[in-house]
Design a binder for this molecule. Sequence first.
Ligand SMILES: *Cc1c(COP(=O)(O)O)cnc(C)c1O
Length: 438
Amino acid sequence: MSDLVTQAAPAALPGHPFLAYRNESLHLEDVTLSKLIREHGTPLFVYSKAAMLSALAAYQRGFAGRRAQICYAMKANSSLGVLQVFAQAGCGFDIVSGGELDRVLAAGGDAQKIIFSGVGKTRAEMQHALAAGIGCFNVESEGELDALSSVAVAMNLLAPVSIRVNPNVDPKTHPYISTGLKDNKFGVAHEDALRVYQHAASLKGLKVIGIDCHIGSQITDATPYLDAMDRILDLVVSIEAAGIPLEHIDFGGGLGINYNHDTPPAADALWQQLLTKLDARGFGAKKLMIEPGRSLVGNAGVCLTEVLYLKFGEQKNFCIIDAAMNDLPRPALYQAFHAIVPVALPGIGATGATEATYDVVGPVCESGDWIGHERALSVAAGDHLAVLSAGAYCMSMASNYNTRNRAAEILVDGCKSHLIRRRETVQEQMQQERLVDS
Ligand SMILES: *Cc1c(COP(=O)(O)O)cnc(C)c1O
């Protein structure tokens, strides 16, 4: 070995292996985030391709040697440049609208690997998806079965279907993101499932090929998955005993990520446990499908923002930033937590920074427009912050509330960065609108 002094490996942020400070400056992979801010402004979403592929690889390791298909639940982040990463990696897609179907096709995804979920598919969406030749419709009600069959018959096609069953297990997550409980709008009840399958099998336009469930989101414990698997396998036994063979079982998505000292199981470890159960119950040879969203993209992205003003009060201090609830809606929607860290560590020569506890808030005229409560930060106006875990359910839920332009997006790949969405303009926002002639 040489006697050169080697620099210590930069410390990655916990739970964010591709995000690290080097020379006190935050990097995503090998790209300096402050450089992206100079080039593209703020608010700015930046995603790491390596982080997405590494999250995908954990599932792929978990399924090694199995017949399995991973369908990225694209509502988590439906930007074309993100879809392209997963399409090129061989992923399928879980879609919930005809618009999402168009996005997959535009990003080069394979129609046969698409599954179409959601409680309210329209007949037009069914036609569109049948014409595209998607792999499976995950049907959520008897009315939808009848509608889909009649649409398929009219097109002289057979619609491949799976029925979403509600296993009635509690994923112990936020009530707005739990979907597998009895009083939920999703899926058909466990006790009705056999009858609904028999009805599906009797319809001329349908080909029953699978069963699916999806019990919730940001699940950080293996137990609800194990319980749901038992409930679903019980049904597979009775459905097949009734003479309806099932080609695949789809266990949905929902695996959580680390936002704030959360400790979800790793995807490969979770699937090791689940596959042990599957094998023990004699279903190890069945084709498996999953629909992960958040766990593939959530921790691959950050939202970069500028501190506009600091405001000090008797009760509270406010750090007002240029990103808001229209860019980062999760805190307002679910009281969700995002870690917030500086883009540059206060280094030698840093002046004017005030260390204090702040509520980090955006410019939108709503008290719900907060991004973080009671955060200890050392900041000055003009500094930049990175809101972490912003890859999932941020840009895909972004709005134009307060006529704010939606942010730009960058995909980082090693030392390269690609603009995958240009910042919107107000002209574009107003394009569809018309004044009334007087
Ligand atoms: C939202 C959703 C998913 C993905 O959930 P994540 O928590 O992002 O993994 C998967 N399947 C269905 C049916 C969904 O609605």
